[in-house]
Design a protein around this ligand. Structure first.
Ligand SMILES: Cc1ncc(COP(=O)(O)O)c(C=O)c1O
Length: 211
């Protein structure tokens, strides 16, 4: 299993770091992630054979004793930034967890919003905060938030089945995306306390209107 852990360094799944649950884990270090060095990423595995195949793609085969491969290596200056960022990772992630949990608290009393939750032994690191609006008025609610300046979004990216084969439908994923889900890009915004308090008021007002 290859885990796409692009968005979730330091997250936990059943007390294991995500990215280490499967055979291979990938982490993105592009410019809008928790830990970033502009561009690039990290691949981890504890399997020797897989590590050879991966190294074959990093340094035109040489690291893996191959005669051919790809050249996807990161430049040294970029890697130096990544190392410094890694040290800041837990702090960056902690501040995003705080914002994610605060957003959940802001909608706690709205019965038709289902906020994210982390099960026991799991830790959500909130690249995005995503909630379900189940009263059928997501577009109205998010529209009201946007009008008041909160960059809440409707849905996330298009469900993959609609990109690759528009004849196959995945009812649950499509309903969540088209009708229910709203997302806040926690990694993209870090509102100070004063703005968070304002957001709380706006959410409450918009919820009264969309109830
Ligand atoms: C879930 C997920 N997978 C993969 C990627 C791709 O990462 P990169 O841009 O480093 O190739 C992203 C980046 O946005 C992502 O969010």
């Amino acid at each position: 299993m290859v885990e796409d852990n692009a968005q979730a360094p330091f997250a936990l799944e059943n007390n294991k770091f995500t990215g280490t649950v499967g055979h291979i884990g990938v982490f993105s270090l592009n410019v809008h992630k928790h830990i970033q060095c502009g561009e690039g990423g990290v691949v981890v595995t504890d399997d020797h054979q897989y590590s050879l195949a991966i190294m074959g793609a990093v340094y035109h085969g040489e690291l893996a004793g191959l005669r051919a491969g790809l050249n996807l290596r990161m430049t040294e200056p970029t890697a130096a930034i990544a190392v410094a960022q890694l040290a800041k990772g837990p702090r960056n992630v902690a501040s995003r967890i705080e914002l994610g949990e605060e957003l959940t608290d802001m909608v706690r009393d709205i019965p038709w919003i289902i906020p994210p939750r982390a099960d026991a032994g799991c830790k959500h690191v909130y690249y995005m905060w995503a909630a379900r609006v189940i009263n059928g008025k997501r577009n109205l609610f998010v529209g009201l938030l946007n009008l008041a300046g909160i960059p809440m979004e409707m849905g996330y990216s298009k469900p993959l089945n609609l990109i690759f084969d528009q004849t196959q439908h995945c009812g649950v994923a499509e309903t969540v995306d088209h009708v229910e889900m709203m997302t806040f890009w926690v990694c993209g915004y870090d509102p100070p306390k004063r703005q968070r308090n304002k957001m709380r008021e706006i959410i409450k007002r918009a919820a009264d209107e969309a109830s």
